[in-house]
Design a binder for this molecule. Structure first.
Ligand SMILES: [Zn+2]
Length: 79
């Protein structure tokens, strides 16, 4: 697998995709890779599975994230 979705390293250090389409494509690829790794890793301890993408507030690029992280980093300001 040599073909990659184009991305740029964001100011926050993560891979940033230029649009949702690329992010979604890369997300699917990451999940396939994770699932394969999970099969070869019976305990699955510490496995992270990217489950969604979001727009970076700094750059507007799209990053992949795991759901647990996303839940933590969702401070809603509802005043
Ligand atoms: Zn970023």
């Amino acid at each position: 697998m040599t073909k990659c979705v184009p991305y740029e390293v964001c100011g926050c250090g993560k891979r940033g995709f230029f649009d949702e389409h690329d992010a979604a494509k890369s997300l699917g690829r990451a999940q396939t890779k994770r699932d394969r790794a999970a099969q070869a890793w019976p305990t699955r301890r510490g496995m992270v599975r990217e489950s969604r993408y979001y727009a970076c507030p700094d750059s507007g690029l799209y990053h992949l994230t795991s759901e647990s992280k996303q839940r933590k980093a969702a401070p809603m300001t509802n005043y």
